[in-house]
Design a protein around this ligand. Structure first.
Ligand SMILES: Nc1ncnc2c1ncn2[C@@H]1O[C@H](COP(=O)(O)OP(=O)(O)OP(=O)(O)O)[C@@H](O)[C@H]1O
Ligand SMILES: [Mg+2]
Length: 241
């Protein structure tokens, strides 16, 4: 299997703070890869570097074989992204926002694809509502839809499930599982360890910017441990942002 994400000694420093410190990892095609870690451990910074939104202080990274430092725009054209806690533009309706994404990404039959998402995530009645007037979970549905509207082969998604109710979590988990079954790859950060345990094939744990564990989830469950217990063992109690 080919690596679709490859990070080599990636670091991001903000002054004296090492937000990400020499992280190397590989994500194979077809994985549902979970990036775990306490608040402030560097997950979002890692995702921003891999999606060409933050320039690393040192190290290198490639996504779908494209260098993220040399060609950040090309990387973003290829992949789906859900940024951390980002809302769609307040002044567009839900439907206008997906049409906008369709135009920017040059997506064929974007209207039909958007219609499918309105039905699949059960919010067709909200299509003409301004994004500023949508509930938090509905805004998250839109962010989810925009990330997958162009049928990317790889999605990097930062806490994509946190605002969803249990029914919607189930729907979205099902979508992600099917997405990787069909050959796609997902790199997601999450604090919901039950979900990571259920859907991720592999996890990496970062703590104070450093990679402290990486490996298949089956290996952890094989030790008769839940991921949450394993996580607490690995990062200890002294976590802080
Ligand atoms: N632009 C920035 N300027 C200065 N410090 C930053 C910047 N972005 C992130 N940091 C710091 O880098 C560290 C890692 O932050 P990051 O957002 O990557 O953590 P995280 O693992 O995503 O946390 P959370 O679980 O709370 O989302 C934190 O200490 C944060 O304050
Ligand atoms: Mg974060």
């Amino acid at each position: 299997m080919a690596a679709v994400i490859s990070a080599s000694m990636l670091s991001k420093h903000y002054g004296d703070l090492k937000a990400v410190d020499q992280v190397s990892l590989e994500v194979e095609e077809g994985s549902l890869f979970g990036l775990l870690g306490p608040n402030g451990s560097g997950k979002t910074t890692m995702i921003r570097m891999l999606t060409g939104q933050v320039r690393p202080t040192s190290g290198s990274g490639s996504v779908l074989g494209i260098d993220v430092i040399a060609h950040p725009v090309r990387v973003r054209q290829q992949i789906g992204i859900i940024p951390e806690q980002e809302a769609p533009p307040s002044f567009l309706t839900a439907e206008e926002y997906l049409a906008f994404v369709g135009k920017v990404r040059n997506i064929p039959a974007a209207k039909e694809k958007a219609d499918w998402w309105f039905e699949f995530l059960e919010f067709p009645e909200k299509r003409d509502v301004l994004c500023k007037d949508l509930s938090r979970g509905t805004r998250q549905k839109l962010m989810f839809a925009q990330a997958f509207l162009h049928h990317p082969v790889l999605a990097l998604i930062d806490e994509p499930l946190i605002n969803f109710d249990p029914v919607m979590q189930k729907t979205v988990k099902g979508y992600l599982k099917e997405f990787v079954r069909d050959g796609g790859t997902v790199f997601l950060s999450t604090h919901i360890l039950e979900i990571a345990e259920e859907i991720c094939s592999e996890v990496a744990i970062i703590h104070h910017g450093r990679l402290v564990h990486t490996g298949p989830v089956a290996g952890i469950l094989g030790q008769q441990k839940h991921l949450a217990d394993f996580f607490l063992e690995v990062v200890g109690k002294g976590t802080h942002a």
